[in-house]
Write a protein that binds this ligand. Structure first.
Ligand SMILES: NC(=O)C1=CN([C@@H]2O[C@H](COP(=O)(O)OP(=O)(O)OC[C@H]3O[C@@H](n4cnc5c(N)ncnc54)[C@H](OP(=O)(O)O)[C@@H]3O)[C@@H](O)[C@H]2O)C=CC1
Ligand SMILES: CC(=O)N[C@@H](CCC(=O)OP(=O)(O)O)C(=O)O
Length: 345
């Protein structure tokens, strides 16, 4: 199946190409670039020399729909919402890596993203692509809103305990850290080497666009009002996200009981791995892979559960989960093309 990629020279697109290249049923179709159409791919990315030799194309919806069966949008928010209607009107299936179709409420989208919301006609067709939780809906979808990187690590970490009604859904604190590739390839002062090297910076406090996304999923899945305190930090590494979440437990339960319960919850989901009691995951343990690794600790003094959840922001947080969703849409085994072992060390 030929899959086109739009936003061709960004980090999400490059990661899609790396994964599609190892996928037995997908092949890289058109690669569309707004800024570098006409250039050969390896001019922008020499590491792809003799691997991807095709020229970058301009956006032409007729050509795209004739030559490809699926489109991955690796474009910024505010751009995807304009491209999706054109592609869907041609009957082509779309997996969008941006935040444009993740929030169901147009008002909420405009409040947090500061762009005009996508049209309701298309928004209402979007399925939120958290693969482990919405596999059935993803199977029949024509438009997937691929989850944000922080919401993926956070939701997978929190959902088991909240769904079981074992924790207070208003007591959630999430401390999140990301490597710099999470901000994309574009240049900015905060990702400048001298600003990020040997430095840690908290950002977007109370204003992060992932807050409503996390609350939407947790609310949908628990049927209860959920509010979260969510603080993101930029740290001096290239790939990886770690979220450390804290919740007040509603009864007495031990770490090993929570561990068993999480293992059971994710029993049939090969990309979520639960660490044994006393062992907590680190970002390198999932780097380059589609795994989300989770470690858990109950502090009997405070009766609070601490959840540590790590992903590679570019894989499970973006391109890998997008491929996992393509696998679900096509009834392929979810692991297809995603079997690589994490790059450790
Ligand atoms: N990086 C990450 O870890 C994650 C990213 N995402 C989301 O995935 C999407 C892609 O992210 P990422 O690849 O990191 O971002 P990048 O900034 O690296 O790439 C985005 C690409 O989109 C294209 N683009 C930029 N502006 C426009 C425009 N006005 N019109 C059309 N195309 C444009 C550019 O490529 P070209 O000029 O070649 O077209 C650009 O390189 C974003 O929405 C991001 O929020 C989601 C989860 C994680
Ligand atoms: C390190 C860093 O800057 N990360 C980005 C996450 C980008 C992303 O995933 O954005 P969307 O979910 O909106 O697509 C941020 O915190 O905004």
């Amino acid at each position: 199946m030929r899959a086109a990629i739009i936003g061709g020279t960004g980090y999400g697109a490059i990661e899609l190409i790396r994964l599609i290249n190892n996928h037995p049923y997908l092949e890289v179709g058109s690669v569309v670039s707004n800024s570098q159409a006409g250039n050969n791919f390896s001019e922008s990315y020499p590491h792809l020399t003799d691997i991807i030799n095709q020229p970058l194309e301009s956006f032409d919806v007729n050509r795209l729909s004739e030559q490809n069966e699926l489109v991955f949008l690796a474009t910024p928010s505010g751009v995807s919402s304009k491209l999706v209607p054109q592609l869907m009107d041609k009957g082509i299936k779309v997996i969008d890596l941006s935040g444009d179709f993740r929030l169901r409420s147009q008002n909420e989208y405009e409040t947090w993203y500061k762009h005009s919301a996508p049209e309701e006609k298309y928004l209402s067709q979007a399925v939120y692509g958290l693969s482990e939780i919405y596999a059935d809906e993803i199977k029949g979808a024509a438009l997937i809103a691929n989850p944000g990187c922080y919401p993926t690590a956070t939701s997978l970490g929190l959902l088991p305990i909240l769904k079981a009604n074992l924790a207070d859904s208003k007591s959630i604190i999430i401390d999140a850290k990301s490597g710099v590739s999470g901000a994309g390839r574009g240049l900015s002062l905060t990702s400048h080497y001298a600003e990020i090297n040997e430095n840690v910076r908290a950002y977007k406090l109370g204003a992060h666009q992932h807050i409503p996304e996390i609350e939407q999923v947790l609310k949908d899945e628990t049927g209860r009002m959920v509010t979260v305190s969510f603080t993101t930090h930029l740290i001096p590494m290239t790939r990886g996200i770690m979220i450390t979440a804290y919740v007040n437990l509603l009864g007495k339960i031990s770490t090993s009981e929570v561990n068993d319960f999480y293992k059971q919850f994710y029993e049939s989901h090969p990309f979520v791995r639960i660490r044994p009691d006393g062992i907590y995951p680190s970002t390198k343990e999932v780097s380059g892979s589609n795994y989300c690794d989770i470690g858990l600790h109950v502090d009997p003094r405070t009766n609070r559960l601490t959840i540590v959840s790590v992903i590679d922001n570019l894989v499970k947080g973006a391109a890998g989960q997008a491929i996992q969703n393509a696998n679900l849409m096509n009834d392929w085994d979810v692991r297809t093309g995603l079997n690589s072992i994490p790059m450790y060390p």
